[in-house]
Design a protein around this ligand. Structure first.
Ligand code: OAD
Length: 243
């Protein structure tokens, strides 16, 4: 692959509507553990216990502890050049980018991205199970915390767990079927529906590019696989689209 991505035939055209899907790999170089790589988040934790509604009902304190640790870690990490490049692209090309993330960290926002579709929820948000209001929440959550809207002690992490419906699916589908370029960055393509976004975009005629340290289960769906760290490869890729 040439060093200058602009020379690749697949990137020669102008793209009006760009969708970027990010996964845990984009935050890995900021120091946030991925889910499935060695040393990842699920190591030492059973998904059923900490990432399902049933797990939360069985032991809410344990689940709060798991996400409290993740939330605390956010104050120790910073956005990296991949997050910054996306924010820069949004600022320079307003209305050209739809940014979808599977990540529950806030590194896109802290890099300066203003419009981020957090399809799997956000660590710095709590969801009331009684009144369904979402409340910005920066500290630890406990089983006795009270909802500021309805006063019930029924707050849970605002995370989309396995078996639950991801957020923003209507907006995401609309963006996928109308985009002319989909870029998937740092996702292992193992969790649906996000793993199927490439097929939707491709069937609608979009060019599809992935950026990852290694080939993924979905690599054959992409027109181009850019292998390397997101902090280097994504800024290169986005700047090659800037014209
Ligand atoms: P995974 O942990 O499954 O995959 C991370 C991907 O990032 C892997 O393919 C790595 O090769 C790649 N990667 C790691 N470091 C990278 C780097 N510096 N540059 C580029 N790529 C890198 O994470 P996701 O695919 O995001 O859902 O996982 C999807 C969902 O699974 C998560 O949102 C989470 C989990 O269940 C919920 O919590 C609801």
């Amino acid at each position: 692959m040439p060093n200058d991505l602009r020379k690749l035939p697949v990137l020669q055209q102008h793209f009006d509507r760009v969708v970027v899907l990010t996964g845990a790999g984009i935050s890995a170089e900021s120091g946030v553990a991925t889910f499935r790589d060695s040393g990842g988040l699920w190591e030492g934790h059973r998904i059923e216990e900490v990432a399902t509604p049933e797990g939360f009902n069985a032991d809410p304190q344990k689940v709060h502890q798991f996400y409290n640790a993740r939330r605390r870690q956010l104050s120790e990490v910073e956005p990296n050049p991949a997050h910054l490049a996306l924010a820069h692209f949004e600022q320079n090309h307003p209305s050209r980018l739809t940014l979808i993330t599977q990540n529950v960290d806030d590194l896109h926002e802290r890099a300066g991205s203003n419009c981020v579709l957090h399809m799997h929820g956000e660590l710095r948000s709590a969801l009331c199970q009684s009144c369904e209001v979402k409340i910005r929440h920066l500290g630890d959550l406990t089983v006795t915390d009270i909802c500021s809207n309805c006063s019930n002690p029924t707050l849970r992490p605002d995370i989309v767990w396995f078996g639950e419906m991801p957020y923003f699916l209507d907006e995401i589908t609309e963006a996928l079927i109308t985009c002319d370029l989909l870029i998937a960055v740092g996702t292992s393509a193992q969790v649906y529906p996000a793993a199927g976004f490439v097929q939707t975009a491709r069937e609608s005629g979009a060019t599809t590019v992935e950026v990852n340290l290694e080939p993924t289960a979905a690599s054959h769906w992409f027109d181009l696989s850019v292998i390397g760290p997101a902090s280097i490869k994504l800024p290169e890729l986005l700047s090659s689209l800037s014209a």
